[in-house]
Design a protein around this ligand. Structure first.
Ligand SMILES: [Zn+2]
Length: 430
């Protein structure tokens, strides 16, 4: 094993410990704001101070990330040569090249650490136009930061002496999502339960073949809604306070629990696929529980952004990534409110930083303060997936029932598409 890689940011190399975070007074109502304030050193409860400290910390982290990637990654050494990195800010990344899913097929070119420093390697077969699998590597530090995000995000749903049942596949794999949740929440006094592997294998065959949960996001049609009766019995036996599950699994459970949720259930976290607004409404009302949705990709280190109880957008890991919304028929960043392609720049990734990575997801940024009191921008709900074929682009995977995408209590939604898509094929845009 070689020495650990220098962390790619001017911030602490590891997330603050839970005890340190707990000892800090909660200045803001949203736990994710308190988490970010802790990391960027913001003092007090003044929102202006918090926003400024966060902005400065992100600028430092971005400058470090760019230097780190350009000096350690063969891909970015080439891609960033000739770029004036001193002019780049988190608010304006124009001038930097984009990274695509196809690029990740040459994953070795992205690696910034020795292979001995790679703690987890994930292979995805479902994205990109070349058909070549893309691979993503993570260090121990990368995984630790994801776990810290999980800890804070899940604190909205589950606490000490409560049970969390994770139905997402991967419980048996070290550092899979379920395993990370277990490692994260067990020290918090949360009992994390996972179904016997054979129940998940019966319900989610694509993931049983070794794909990670985020791969499901890119191939939702392969996820059946049926769940075995034994899974229902398992839930009745353990009586979890909270569930983490994919929308298809929740839809399947709804058939078994049509008039009330599983006994004892108080909260749900939906992940690994887009949560249909109607399904969310039905689950929240029929099961009488809090239903939060999570947005994350393998490329974001699994964790990306999570809703709060105000259901007013997804609070992002703003010290771990920059989210741009870009015209997907061109390269222009779009202003808040306008829907376009979600483009991710990681800020503190050690193994494989990604700079302006085009996710293929369609969403927008909500810039008005959240109803929870957070002053920070949030990601709006994913409204579709992009499919590219040469110069043609189209959007697929729209909300069930058509009409206005992401209707309901989401705010700040622009019209389905603006003038940025003149070359697109919008036959599937309902
Ligand atoms: Zn909020």
């Amino acid at each position: 094993m070689s020495a650990r890689a220098r962390p790619p940011s001017g911030l602490a190399s590891r997330p603050p410990s839970s005890s340190a975070a707990a000892s800090r007074a909660s200045a803001f109502r949203n736990p994710l704001d308190n988490w970010l304030a802790e990391q960027c050193g913001a003092q007090g409860a003044d929102a202006g101070n918090f926003v400024r400290a966060l902005r400065d910390a992100r600028a430092r982290a971005l400058a470090h990330c760019l230097e780190y990637a350009a000096s350690r990654s063969a891909f970015y050494a080439r891609a960033l040569s000739g770029c004036d990195l001193n002019r780049i800010t988190p608010e304006n990344l124009q001038g930097l090249p984009f990274t695509t899913a196809d690029d990740l097929a040459r994953w070795e070119d992205f690696l910034c650490v020795s292979r001995g420093d790679v703690q987890r390697m994930v292979t995805l077969h479902t994205s990109g136009t070349t058909g070549s699998p893309k691979r993503l590597a993570f260090t121990e530090g990368d995984i630790a930061r994801t776990m810290d995000f999980f800890r804070v995000g899940m604190s909205q749903l589950v606490g000490p002496e409560q049970k969390l049942a994770v139905l997402l596949p991967g419980a048996e794999r070290p550092d899979g999502v379920a395993d990370l949740l277990r490692q994260t929440l067990r020290p918090q006094g949360v009992e994390v339960c996972t179904p016997p592997p054979e129940l998940l294998a019966a319900a989610l065959s694509p993931c049983a073949s070794g794909q990670c949960p985020s791969a499901v996001l890119h191939a939702p049609a392969t996820v059946p809604t049926a769940l075995p009766q034994d899974m229902v019995q398992w839930l009745a036996d353990i009586q979890p306070h909270c569930l983490v599950a994919a929308p298809a699994q929740l839809e399947g459970l709804l058939h078994y629990f049509p008039k009330g949720g599983p006994p004892g259930l108080c909260g749900l976290l939906s992940s690994a696929d887009r949560l249909d607004p109607v399904l969310r409404h039905v689950l929240a009302t029929v099961w009488n529980c809090t239903v939060l949705d999570h947005y994350g990709l393998t490329e974001t280190g699994y964790g990306g952004a999570v809703e709060c109880a105000a259901y007013d957008g997804y609070h992002m890991r703003l010290l771990d990534m920059i989210v741009e919304i870009v015209d997907f028929c061109g390269d222009e960043p779009l202003p808040p409110g306008e829907a376009g392609e979600v483009v991710i720049t990681t800020l503190r990734r050690e193994a494989m930083p990604l700079i302006r990575y085009r996710t293929g997801d369609v969403a927008n940024i909500l810039s008005a303060p959240c109803a929870c009191g957070s002053p920070l921008p949030r990601l709006g709900p994913v409204r579709g997936r992009l499919e590219r074929c040469g110069s043609r682009v189209r959007v697929v995977q729209m909300p069930k029932g058509g009409g206005t995408p992401a209707s309901g209590n989401q705010t700040g939604m622009a019209a389905p598409m603006g003038p940025h898509c003149a070359t697109g094929d919008w036959g599937d845009w309902m």
